[in-house]
Design a protein. Structure first.
Lengths: 233, 113
């Protein structure tokens, strides 16, 4: 546990001292602020559902930028061997990188709480969907970060890692579209594989354990594959 | 609030918040929560056990071993998701497609039926 804490602090320090995180946060908040103001002035409705969907899309595009360097950079600079030959387990290395990146992403998401405060100040928002929406975003971020780590662990190039991550996220997003072509029960399988199919009910305030389970188990699968892949080296 | 004050002395807003929190806690389905925790814990155990699998299995090449382990992990994850999605709530694929076609959330609306 102590090793994990030290590795986490090291990774978090590396993440926070890099300009990438701040750039991503700035772009993220700029786009969201624009959308929030526009939506609020046009619809005059005190809810954040539209913003949550915007955050869903933006995180698919921006999280790979944060995860691409995690392992790819270490491989390129040949420090991964040093890290893996140190007396630390691969699982600790992976969990530390995962926790540090997830902390940054959730930190960026947390900055958008100011929108909820604004809604509360000037209106009477329904808090249920807002709580559920932030839970959905946290789970979504967990899945994106873990898959991003997996993609970063299989290549030396950061650009390739980011491209692979975005490709994987988009395939997961549109997985349900192929259900129209598939016979039962494969169509049901394709629908349940879809990222948005599990995100949308939560954002509208319907929290199902099966949806939470999808994000949790998929994150665990990606983390397992990353750890196992590292152990192979 | 000092020690003399009780639940009734709290401002109305706080009391209603506690009341709604208590209500939502009471409405939670603890059996399903336990089932969920059990499935996730079992998956964690399986993955931790999977990390002990040797890099190269005795009967297969390195690439085949990696493929086998990845396929096994994927299968276990799918099974865990099936276990978390009770059959009584499993929507009919065709009904969900129809709902999806009109722009609704396929899953949420099918559940709402």
């Amino acid at each position: 546990m102590r090793t994990l804490r030290i590795l986490f602090a090291k990774e978090l320090n590396a993440t926070l001292t890099s300009p990438i995180g701040y750039t991503v946060a700035a772009v993220f908040l700029l786009v969201l602020g624009y959308t929030f103001s526009l939506t609020l002035f046009v619809t005059k409705v005190a809810n954040l559902q539209y913003i949550f969907h915007q955050m869903y899309v933006l995180s698919i595009l921006l999280v790979p930028v944060l995860t691409m360097r995690t392992f790819a950079e270490e491989r390129r600079s040949e420090t991964l061997e040093l890290l893996l030959t140190a007396p630390v387990r691969e699982l600790s290395v992976v969990l530390a990188k995962y926790a540090a990146t997830l902390t940054l992403v959730i930190g960026i998401f947390a900055l958008t709480l100011v929108y909820a405060v604004i809604l509360d100040r000037y209106g009477e928002p329904d808090w249920g969907p807002i709580y559920a929406g932030y839970l959905a975003l946290a789970l979504h971020a967990s899945l994106l970060v873990s898959v991003g780590l997996l993609m970063s662990s299989i290549t030396e190039s950061q650009v390739v890692a980011a491209a692979l991550s975005i490709g994987a996220f988009l395939m997961l997003w549109f997985a349900d579209s192929v259900s129209y072509l598939l016979p039962p029960p494969f169509d049901s399988f394709a629908i349940n594989l879809s990222l948005i199919g599990h995100f949308k009910p939560m954002v509208s305030g319907s929290v199902f354990l099966s949806d939470i389970g999808y994000f949790v188990t998929a994150s665990m699968l990606a983390l397992f594959l990353t750890t196992w892949g590292l152990a192979q080296r | 609030m000092n020690d003399q004050q009780g639940f009734k002395d709290m401002p109305a807003e706080d009391a209603s918040f506690l009341h709604s929190l208590l209500q939502s806690l009471q409405s939670l389905d603890w059996i399903n929560l336990g089932w969920f925790a059990g499935v996730v814990f079992a998956l964690v155990l399986l993955f931790v056990a999977g990390l002990k699998v040797p890099v190269r299995l005795a009967f297969a090449s390195r690439v085949a071993s990696a493929t086998l382990v990845a396929a096994a992990a994927l299968t276990v994850t799918i099974l865990a998701n099936l276990a978390l999605f009770p059959p009584r709530r499993a929507p009919r694929p065709h009904a969900r497609k129809g709902l999806h076609a009109v722009g609704g959330g396929a899953r949420g609306r099918a559940r709402a039926q």
